[in-house]
Every structure is written in C-alpha cells, then in structure tokens.
Design a protein around this ligand. Structure first.
Ligand code: GLN
Ligand code: ZN
Length: 403
C-alpha cells in the first residue's frame, strides 16, 4: 500500500479533488470475498487469502519506528573458539560444551537487552562458519581438514564438499534459538544460512544440475524454518550473502540462474504463517541490476551492506518500489573505527530520502563475529541512540500542533 501512496500522493497534490481512483479493468473476473468460503479446507483457504503479512507481524511484534537489530553473529572470543577446539579434540565433553555455548548465548542476550536493541539474536557462538556449521549437520556433506581458501583479507574458510543427496537428520539450530528466546521477552531472530549460499560457498558435486542440489538444500532449510516457527521463534533470518556472486559470467544466463536461485529461497522460506517475519541478509552486493529478483524473494525484511557506499546503493530502491522493509547497514563492521551517532543519523536520513522511513530498519552492515565486545558495545550504543533520536524527531513531526 505504501508503494501506491508514494505514487498517488504527488498526483493528489497536483489534482486535488479532480483525482479519481479506479482499477485498470473491470473486476468481473475476481471473486469478491473469501471470508464466506467456510467449506474450503482451511489449509487451502490460507493459500488463497492474500493476507496482509506486514499488518499481522506488526500486531504482535509491536516494534517502534526505526527498529534496531543486528545481523546475527557476536564476537567469536578466544574463549568460544577454545571451547570449540577442546570439544573437537574430545577434551571437553558434550555436556560441558553445551554449557559453555549456553553461557555465551546468555551473555549475548543480556548485552543486547542492556543496549536496548529491539530484535535480538542468539549470537552464533556455536558456529565455526555459517556454511560449514550447517554442512556438518546435514547428510551429503564431507569435510577437508586443510582445504582452506581465502574469504576476504586474511580470513579463510574451509568450504565443505557437497557430494551426495542432502538430508536433514535432525534440527540444526533449534536448541540454541529456543534457549536464547527462553531468556528474554523480546523477539529473538532465528538464524539460518540460505540454500543458495550453502551451495555457492561449498564445493558442489557436478554430476547433477546445480538447481536440483539447491532444491535439496532448500527443503532441508525449510524443515528447519518450520521447526523454529513451531518452537515459538517468530522472526527468522535466512542469510543469502552469496546470492549475487553465483551469477553466471554471461549476462544472458542471469535470468535462468536467478529464476532457480530465488525459487529455492522461497521454497526455504514460504512455509511459514503470515505472522512469522522472514528476514534475509545480503552483503558484498550491488543491487541495481538484480533488484527485481531481490523483491521476488518476498522476504519481509531485507538487510544489506550499504554504509561503504554512503547509502548510494539504495538508489536501486528509488525507481523500484520494493514492498519489503529494508535494513541498510548503518556502519561498516569490517573497520575497527567506531561510527558516531551523528554519522549514523546522517546515513539513515540519506536512506530515508530513498525509502519511506516507516519501512527502514537500523542495523550494522553484517555480522559482528570478527570484532571485540568493547567495539561492538561502543558501536551499537551509538546505533541505538541514533534510532532513538530519529524516533523522537518523527514523533515531534507527527504530534498534533498545539492551538
Ligand atoms: N548471520 C551471519 C553473521 O552474522 C551473516 C554473515 C554474512 O553475511 N556473511 O555472521
Ligand atoms: Zn553480511
């Protein structure tokens, strides 16, 4: 509806009462009201209703304007990495390892509550890497011990080898997400790596078409999404940072890739109820040339890396009316420099020139696993303060003028 308003308001200004609204063709071919179809199977009726997902989510989430969140990971401290390596070397037993991870998750939740963030995350302490972690729990994957490749700068990853049919023998993130949610009344965002990224950041079997392998991954993630939802996790993020880098070299082949990649994302995400808010996150991306594909992903909220381009990256959203909420990263997490509150406010103002402010979220560029806690707390304190400043300004603007 906001997209329509953006389009109609300038016309209304110019034409005033002379502006008439009508559909572009008669409505004789569209049934009027689904509410009376009480004999339809409830499951099928749900599919037919074009329900207002955003309104239903807003009703229970009750988020303020300029809602704040983070992208998923919190610092992978020496302690966390030590616990993991001790566990892998069998010097720490399962129970002690779980205890250590739970304690770390609790710390992340308490820090986020103290910071005043609106949508929390569990912090991904248990994950070595966002692809390897899921690969290790799925059937169909094998792992090297020394197969390191460069990720960025001096950071390296060991892409898992996807060799067989993918199957999810058990839930992969449920325990950590539900533990985190049990600690706080605020919504905790479940955190998953999307099928396209699992594919693009693995070494993949080449005896079957990639779209087919990706569909198998999508079905596994879909099961995880539904498990999370059933366990009371009402906000779920499916990360797709590698979506863009899978684009074929030849532009001619882009539509075919995007077709199956987006379909796989949707397969993973679209089993949920209207109330469940789906987020996705993308980084290292130029969006202008694939913006319509991104809209087709149909995520309720899209967080993207945008601070390094000073929000120029959002130009894509000016001409293309994305119906979704957007969280343009407000500071660069790759830099140890702390952003100032003023800088963050400036960036959000720049964003609001391109996207209606009621659809904007406030979040960092990417996950915070490579940073130290003091830096993270410093930066997020300023981010939350910036959001509060803008909320106040918005409230003053919309408050009725005193006579
Ligand atoms: N959820 C992941 C994290 O925060 C996303 C990482 C990424 O986009 N590369 O670490
Ligand atoms: Zn990212």
């Amino acid at each position: 509806m906001t997209a329509w308003l953006d389009w109609l308001e300038p016309l209304a200004e110019r034409l005033g009462e002379r502006l008439w609204l009508a559909p572009s063709c008669p409505l004789l071919h569209v049934p009027v009201d689904l509410a009376q179809e009480d004999r339809l199977d409830a499951g099928i009726r749900d599919w037919l209703a074009f329900a207002q997902r955003a309104a239903r989510q807003a009703a229970w989430l009750k988020l303020p304007a300029w809602p704040t969140t983070t992208i998923g990971s919190f610092p992978q401290t020496a302690q966390v990495r030590h616990a993991r390596s001790e566990y892998k070397a069998a010097r720490l037993d399962e129970a002690a390892y779980r205890q250590a991870m739970r304690a770390e998750i609790e710390r992340a939740i308490r820090e986020q509550e103290a910071l005043g963030l609106d949508v929390l995350v569990h912090g991904e302490a248990e994950r070595n890497d966002m692809v390897e972690y899921f690969g290790e729990q799925l059937e169909g994957y094998a792992f090297t011990r020394f197969g390191w490749v460069q990720s960025y700068g001096s950071r390296c990853v060991k892409p898992p080898i996807l060799f067989g049919d993918i199957r999810r023998p058990h839930a992969m993130t449920l325990e950590w997400a539900t533990w985190a949610q049990s600690l706080t009344p605020r919504p905790v965002k479940g955190m998953l790596t999307g099928p396209v990224t699992l594919l693009n950041w693995s070494f993949v079997r080449d005896d079957q078409p990639r779209p087919l392998t990706c569909q198998q991954l999508a079905l596994a993630i879909r099961e995880e999404v539904l498990n999370l939802e059933k366990a009371g996790i009402g906000v779920i993020q499916i990360d797709e940072p590698a979506l863009r880098e899978g684009l074929p070299l030849r532009r001619q082949q882009w539509p075919a890739y995007l077709d199956w990649a987006i379909a796989c994302f949707r397969l993973a995400a679209n089993g949920v109820r209207d109330e469940t808010q789906i987020h996705t996150h993308m980084c290292y991306s130029e969006f202008n040339d694939i913006i319509s594909a991104i809209a087709q992903m149909d995520a309720d909220v899209i967080t993207i890396e945008a601070s390094r381009s000073d929000m120029e990256l959002l130009d894509a959203f000016v001409d293309f009316h994305c119906p979704n909420d957007i969280g343009p990263g407000v500071y660069d997490i790759h830099s140890p420099n702390l952003p100032t509150q003023e800088q963050i406010v400036q960036r959000l103002r720049q964003a609001a020139r391109r996207i209606p402010p009621e659809r904007l979220w406030v979040n960092p560029d990417c996950g915070l696993k490579t940073r130290q806690w003091p830096e993270v707390i410093g930066a997020l304190t300023r981010m939350v303060a910036a959001a509060r400043q803008l909320r106040q300004e918005t409230a003053q603007k919309t408050a009725p003028a005193k006579a």
